[in-house]
Write a protein that binds this ligand. Structure first.
Ligand code: ADP
Length: 531
């Protein structure tokens, strides 16, 4: 039958198989909202009626600046299922970038968490396309604001009927919009369609990928403004899994472990920095998280030490690779039977790979002239991908290539496992040869005195660039020296990769999505003088 793959079908499916399963949401004050999927979808219908009453255009871009909570979940359904485009905006970006994004997308309405209202007030005169401003709160909590006619979300919903005649949508209709963080140049828009989202979620839910089931309680720590929390608001209900939305305090490891234990969370997803915070909290306090048995670590490379220590806490972390342009997951690391029989060191090495492509994604590595390179696990090249949920062109730009250049440098082995060795823009080129900063970082993270470590390229008179190791030491190692760390690397990586120097810092700069920002670190060290 000609039945479209639409987000509406995820909603009707979840209503059929998981209506009474829970959708829990933690607010800024730690207050908990308990809904079932059925309750949430009734509110989604009211919101859909409210969007029509606001007379938003049939393909309006509806912007959100919000944390992971039930209201943001509702927007993820009401907006696309009425045919409009749910545009998640990262409120942590620089003001100029947020302004650029809203104007580029021509948002007609903005749904804003009260915390982010000052961000928007500061630029309100420069946002001509925005006609409606809605605060994601109840009428009682509506803040004083200079935004014209600011309305409370709950007041909008209260006026509306709790059913909606959902249209049958073309599966290729645009549904979700998300901008890359613009580390180089202006942010670029990536538009997803109903079809691309449904296919990404179906592929994620295969057993040898994330494989969510109706027994899971899923808590995405990765924000919904970072590629829809890696699609969890869609994949979890599709699988009939419960959802726990952690709200703003995702960096508060105690609050998050309390929530995990209270709601019996089985599966979570986060960038390495957040997993690291949870790991340190569990190590320091002896707190246990017995229900949590698996999690995705992605968005940046995680260190082996983190995987190992989380194993000891009973949480198996799995490496998932992706990007905004892939909405977002492209590959995922699950073992083959023989990997379980490997010696420890070889198994550990296997674990750090970014895994094999999800069904639907093709991958290859190419040289500087675009020639395909062998999948031998050794040759590095620029990673290119194709597939039904890969971005064919940026929003508003014309289509460019059949293969999408990810900007990542990788190897692919004969079994199809891909390993990210760097981003093109982070690559260190010493005397014409590439050095993998990620492999050096992994090797140094094995030292117990290292809390966080990053390797960046710094200009060098003779070699053009040499690696510099920047470390946040553990407080419990006050007498640790840079020389000790550099000699620790000997024998673990090729001799010529060993950084020329090591600097200690108190903290590392992070991006708006919680990843270590090598760009900012390079700026901090751009006048660095080699000894
Ligand atoms: P940005 O980091 O620019 O905000 P994305 O979230 O789209 O935007 O980042 C995608 C990039 O993150 C990838 O191209 C890759 O460099 C990096 N990345 C994502 N997942 C992993 C992973 N599992 N291991 C290493 N790097 C990763």
């Amino acid at each position: 039958m000609d039945a479209p793959l639409s987000i509406t079908t995820i909603m009707s499916h979840a209503e059929m198989i998981a209506a009474e399963n829970k959708l829990i949401s933690r607010g800024a004050n730690g207050d908990i909202t308990r809904l079932t999927y059925h309750d949430a979808f009734v509110r989604v219908a009211k919101l859909a009626n409210a969007l029509d009453r606001l007379e938003l255009a049939p393909e309006a871009r509806v912007g959100t600046l919000a944390w992971n909570d039930h209201r943001h979940f509702e927007l993820h359904y009401a907006v696309p299922c009425t045919g409009r485009i749910c545009h998640t905006i990262n409120p942590k970006l620089f003001t100029d970038q947020v302004k650029f994004i809203i104007n580029d997308a021509q948002n007609e309405a903005l749904f804003i968490d009260p915390e982010f209202i000052p961000v928007i007030e500061a630029m309100q005169g420069d946002l001509p396309s925005v006609k409606h401003w809605i605060a994601l709160c109840s009428a009682n909590n509506l803040p004083q604001s200079t935004l014209p006619n600011l309305q409370a979300y709950e007041s909008l919903l209260n006026r509306e009927q709790d059913s909606y005649d959902w249209p049958t949508l073309d599966e290729n209709r645009a549904s979700n919009l998300c901008y890359t963080s613009g580390t180089t140049g202006d942010p670029k828009g990536v538009l997803g369609s109903h079809r691309s989202i449904v296919l990404q979620c179906m592929s994620q839910n295969m057993a040898s990928q994330l494989g969510l089931t109706s027994e899971d309680v899923v808590m995405p720590l990765v924000p919904m403004f970072h590629v829809n929390a890696w699609c969890m608001p869609y994949s979890a209900p599709m699988a009939g899994a419960a959802l726990v939305m952690p709200g703003p305090q995702v960096s508060d490891a105690q609050a998050m472990t309390d929530l995990i234990n209270q709601e019996q969370v089985t599966f979570s997803l986060a960038v390495p920095t957040l997993w690291s915070g949870i790991n340190q909290f569990l190590n320091a306090t002896g707190t246990r998280v017995p229900s949590l048995n698996r999690g995705v670590i992605g968005g940046a490379a995680g260190a082996l030490k983190l995987y190992d220590e989380m194993d000891r806490h009973g949480v198996r972390l799995e490496n998932g690779w992706g990007m905004t342009e892939l909405s977002p997951i492209g590959s995922y690391n699950r073992y083959l039977p023989e990997h379980n029989r490997l010696p420890d060191a070889a198994r550990a090495d296997q674990r750090l790979k970014s895994g094999r492509p999800l069904f639907g994604i093709q991958m290859r590595i190419v040289d500087e002239d675009g020639n395909a390179l062998p999948h031998d696990g050794v040759t590095t090249g620029v990673l290119e991908i194709r597939g039904p949920w890969a971005c064919s062109a940026y929003y508003g730009k014309s289509r460019e290539h059949d293969w999408f250049n990810t900007g990542d440098v990788a190897t692919i082995d004969s079994l199809g496992y891909m390993r990210i060795t760097d981003r093109v823009k982070d690559v260190i080129k010493s005397g014409g040869e590439w050095i993998s900063s990620i492999e050096i970082e992994n090797a140094i993270m094995a030292h117990p005195g290292v809390r966080e470590a990053v390797v960046i390229g710094v200009a060098h008179q003779h070699w053009s660039e040499r690696p510099l190791l920047v470390v946040v030491p553990e407080d419990s190692y006050p007498s640790l020296t840079p020389e000790q760390l550099l000699s620790f690397l000997e024998g673990k990586i090729p001799k010529w990769w060993i950084p020329n120097a090591c600097e200690f810092v108190d903290t590392l700069p992070h991006t708006a999505t919680g990843k270590v920002s090598k760009k900012m670190l390079r700026e901090n060290f751009n006048r660095y003088q080699w000894a």
